[in-house]
Design a protein around this ligand. Structure first.
Ligand SMILES: C[S@@+](CC[C@H](N)C(=O)[O-])C[C@H]1O[C@@H](n2cnc3c(N)ncnc32)[C@H](O)[C@@H]1O
Length: 411
């Protein structure tokens, strides 16, 4: 991969992605035929020009990670369905949703199924966009393997899919509500909603996690501009917006985060805003930056990466790191290793300390469920799962004794 730095810089600039070693290897492999008879700098000049657009797309697609799933992060989807979609549906108008970075279409199908379950207007639409035309070609089929169907709730699977041999295809009634577009989040203009109001929900999950901080920040701003005033931006739990923004406020509901346009002076039913973030201690200088989380299999498994990140987060917390960074670190670790009960317990403790009792209880319960199922991963910090389970139970009992309604209880 020697001498290819200019090429990697171009791919980062044009895709937003901070490239991991695996991504660099894939880009280098895809660039091999294009490099014949050219230097890397000559290739960059070609790719940056009009005639190089198609070749550039090939390299950007090679860098992409398309890991996705139907009903990915059920907890967040449940909150979306009950706290965001259901109130919008009651307005009685068609809704417009956008899955930005939709990969092979699982998220679009999931949104269509949620809209159906919540009784959305039949003219509601879901737009799916992605950089990769190959991924989009698969997305357009809205057909999935039996393995991909494992998380789809039984009644939805029975009602809205038709089996064709080994493949489950979304019914035409729902598939007809999807449209797909090739779009690079690094390029303007962004797609417009059909209604002048803007999109009711924009989902951009597990895309920004690969981006450089600058690219992620720019993308969030551009997506916010396409939201309806009462719209909601959904990112994954692993990519929380940590810096306060002028255009978006964080809303926390059912143990998950959403982002909503700020509307000074106007209440924002039905999801409640978080209070302004508490000032947190400055981040101490640390020896090493956390490894960027990856969906793809790398030298270590995602679970091992999650464990390593958890250890780092605990070290930073012990050194006085602010709560917001600790929370973000724990959430990233849990994204990578959901069965890390100890990390979940620490997250619950942190939420408890912030007075977010209902959210804390959700996390204690999740930790307990993992511990009781025997799936919990042992961590050096908490070698005794029984003691940890007892701590979770005690925390839940303590919580039951505390009176008063919290924001999330009310939400
Ligand atoms: C890991 S998948 C996430 C799929 C889905 N959103 C989910 O959470 O399951 C990331 C997707 O983002 C797409 N992507 C990466 N960079 C992009 C960009 N600059 N513009 C549009 N899509 C991009 C990739 O092609 C890939 O399909």
């Amino acid at each position: 991969m020697e001498g290819l730095e200019p090429l990697f810089s171009l791919v980062t600039r044009r895709s937003g992605s901070a490239l991991s070693r695996q991504q660099r290897e894939r880009v280098a492999e895809a660039a091999r035929p294009l490099l014949e008879g050219r230097t890397a700098l000559e290739l960059v000049a070609h790719l940056d020009g009009r005639e190089g657009a198609r070749d550039l797309l090939t390299l950007l697609s090679a860098a992409s990670v398309h890991k996705t799933d139907l009903f990915r992060d059920e907890g967040q989807l449940e909150a979306l369905e009950h706290h965001v979609l259901a109130p919008l549906v009651r307005e009685g108008r068609p809704l417009e949703l956008w899955s930005a970075g939709c990969a092979t279409g699982e998220e679009v199908a999931t949104l269509l199924l949620l809209l159906a379950r919540v009784g959305a207007h039949p003219d509601s639409r879901v737009l799916g966009t992605d950089l990769s035309s190959l991924a989009l070609a698969r997305a357009r089929t809205l057909a999935f393997s039996a393995e991909a169907m494992r998380r789809v709730p039984g009644p939805l699977a029975a009602q809205h899919f038709e089996r064709e041999g080994e493949v489950f295809r979304l019914s035409q009634r729902l598939a007809g509500r999807a449209r797909f577009l090739q779009h690079n989040l690094m390029e303007t203009p962004y797609p417009f909603a059909e209604a002048a109001r803007g999109f009711d929900v924009i989902m951009c999950r597990n895309v920004l996690i690969y981006f450089t901080p600058e690219a992620a920040e720019r993308t969030v701003g551009a997506l916010a501009e396409r939201l309806a005033p009462s719209g909601t931006l959904v990112l994954s739990a692993a990519e929380p917006i940590l810096k306060p923004r002028a255009d978006l406020e964080t809303v926390r509901v059912g143990g998950t985060f959403f982002y909503a346009p700020r509307r000074p002076g106007l209440p924002r039913p039905p999801i409640e805003a978080l209070p302004p973030p508490r000032p947190s201690a400055p981040v101490p200088p640390v020896a090493k930056a956390p490894p960027p989380p990856r969906d793809e299999p790398v030298a270590t498994s995602p679970e091992q990466e999650g464990e390593a990140l958890f250890s780092l987060v605990m070290e930073w917390a012990a050194a006085g790191q602010g709560d917001a960074q600790t929370e973000a670190g724990l959430r990233k670790a849990l994204y990578l290793a959901p069965d890390l009960a100890a990390a979940r317990y620490c997250l619950a403790l942190l939420l408890d300390q912030q007075g977010l009792r209902a959210d804390a209880a959700t996390e204690y319960r999740r930790a307990l469920a993992v511990l009781e199922s025997g799936r919990a991963r042992a961590t050096p910090f908490f070698l005794n799962p029984e003691r940890l389970a007892a701590a979770c139970r005690r925390a839940l009992e303590r919580r039951d004794r505390v009176s008063g309604v919290t924001r999330a209880d009310a939400g």
